[in-house]
Design a protein around this ligand. Structure first.
Ligand SMILES: CC(C)(COP(=O)(O)OP(=O)(O)OC[C@H]1O[C@@H](n2cnc3c(N)ncnc32)[C@H](O)[C@@H]1OP(=O)(O)O)[C@@H](O)C(=O)NCCC(=O)NCCS
Length: 174
């Protein structure tokens, strides 16, 4: 059973922010697409603490008005979902997402969730209700607009089907 804390990313103590940055670097810097992309700064961090008080898992969230087929839509952008090694394989990342998703659609006022990931993670997120979308996903980089070449998934709070043609992230990706 996790204890979940939702904290503004900028309000995290420096040591905690550094710990999360190192965990993300260890998990993702091996991928060229991650190293070569400029990423958005998160707005929120959701921490999942184990019974012993230790950090078991976390993720960051970006709040963004994106354009979906030309219409502005407030999305909750999921980023850097990580379970620390000692706690993996116990259902904790799934529990953290399932238990905190309602905050995205109530207090944060998002209309849907949106994440970018590698193909291997698609079944994991599908089990939690996320849908793989085939949309063209555009985002900004210092050198201009780019198109995402890996997977994009979306989460509808009612689990209604979503299938946009073009998603413009209207800024840096997450
Ligand atoms: C992915 C991750 C967050 C899962 O955390 P967890 O608390 O162990 O997750 P759960 O116990 O809820 O679910 C485990 C399932 O996740 C899936 N999974 C975990 N790592 C995976 C990977 N690298 N590729 C594909 N699926 C993976 C598997 O289906 C696994 O089920 P299994 O244990 O039966 O094999 C964790 O492995 C992690 O931090 N990985 C490194 C960072 C990462 O890849 N994050 C996802 C970013 S999109």
């Amino acid at each position: 059973m996790l204890t979940i804390e939702q904290v503004r990313h900028q309000d995290l103590p420096h040591a905690r922010r550094e710990q999360l940055r190192l965990l993300a670097s260890e998990a993702f810097d091996q991928f060229a697409i991650v190293r070569e992309t400029r990423w958005a700064a998160p707005d929120w961090t959701f921490l999942g603490k184990a019974d012993d008080g230790g950090l078991a898992c976390f993720y960051h969230l970006v709040e963004r008005a994106v354009r979906i087929d030309g219409q502005p839509v407030a999305v909750a952008g999921l980023n850097n979902l990580i379970t620390t090694r000692a706690y993996r394989g116990r259902g904790l990342a799934s529990e953290l997402l399932a238990a905190s998703e309602r905050a995205w659609f109530s207090s944060l006022d998002a209309r849907c969730g949106l994440l970018l990931c590698a193909e291997a993670l698609v079944p994991f997120y599908q089990r939690l209700g996320w849908q793989r979308v085939r949309s063209e996903v555009r985002f900004e980089q210092p050198a201009g607009v780019r198109t995402w070449t890996a997977e994009c998934m979306m989460l509808d709070p009612t689990r209604a089907a979503i299938d946009p043609t073009v998603i413009d992230l209207c800024g840096l990706p997450w």
